[in-house]
Design a protein around this ligand. Structure first.
Ligand code: NI
Length: 179
């Protein structure tokens, strides 16, 4: 099961350009490090398991935060990468018109209406984020973040054994920050 390296490069360049002024929270690292880490989780799962649309998974992994965190529009993603990628990235984008407490469940509901490959990106995103939290996060914030990880694991279970296991391991290890 493989994906197009040309598409990988195109999506990485697009994302790195859009996130160019941003650092990954709590670090001095370019934001692109985050999207490459998410893509690596997705690509490992694609190497381990059969999934129908590896290109969709890889492109959405690299682009998943462009609408939420930059001025990129759905129309731009559609123009550069097509409607399926744009629909996937949109589902992975929290709707900021909703009350903050409702945004994750709403996004998870929209992700579940998308192909499995979009579920994979959300699992991979949380796997890559459940590492050492930014130093300014409180224990309460860490506890809530871990609980949200459990919600994601529960709502998106069953499409990738590999990513399900990776996420369970990261949630367990995160107890070190949240307990
Ligand atoms: Ni992300």
């Amino acid at each position: 099961m493989s994906w197009s390296n040309d598409l990988y490069a195109q999506a990485l360049h697009f994302a790195a350009d859009r996130h160019a002024q941003q650092c990954f929270p709590g670090t001095d690292l370019p934001y692109a490090v985050h999207v490459v880490t998410v893509a690596a989780e997705v690509m490992r799962a694609l190497a381990e398991e059969r999934h129908a649309r590896p290109d969709l998974a890889v492109a959405c992994a690299l682009l998943h935060d462009t609408i939420e965190d930059t001025s990129t529009t759905v129309e731009e993603i559609t123009g550069a990468f097509g409607p399926e990628v744009a629909a996937g990235v949109l589902a992975l984008t929290k709707d900021e018109r909703l009350p903050r407490a409702d945004r994750m469940l709403d996004s998870l509901r929209r992700i579940r209406e998308q192909p499995d490959e979009i579920w994979m990106v959300k699992l991979a995103d949380r796997i890559s984020n459940l590492t050492a939290p930014p130093p300014y996060w409180s224990v309460e914030k860490c506890r809530a973040y871990r609980a949200e990880g459990e919600l994601i694991a529960e709502q998106l279970r069953g499409i990738s054994d590999w990513l399900d296991r990776r996420l369970r391991e990261r949630i367990a290890a995160y107890a070190g920050y949240s307990d």
